[in-house]
Design a protein around this ligand. Structure first.
Ligand SMILES: [Zn+2]
Length: 83
């Protein structure tokens, strides 16, 4: 039996989860590039929250710059998860 049982690693809950990918304008590259959309947990006291206003990030696959998505963009990214 492995010591590294996933269910017993609380740190896993802090890992970003990929929601999907899309082309979007990158502030770093100055052009439309592929981005990976992530839901990023936030640590509050001793627990990680899945839901908070800045939990969705888009990371450019060219320059690795991350953007926090808000409003409709955030809702749309979150809706990708359950497709
Ligand atoms: Zn970029």
């Amino acid at each position: 039996m492995s010591v590294f049982h996933p269910d017993r690693l609380p740190s896993l809950s802090r890992l970003p989860k990929e929601l999907g990918r899309e082309e979007r304008l990158c502030a770093g590259c100055g052009e439309a590039t592929g981005h990976i959309l992530y839901r990023v947990p936030k640590k509050v006291v001793l627990v990680y929250l899945k839901d908070h206003p800045e939990n969705v990030h888009a990371t450019c696959i060219k320059c690795a710059r991350s953007t926090v998505l808000g409003g409709e963009e955030r809702e749309r990214a979150l809706s990708l998860e359950n497709r």
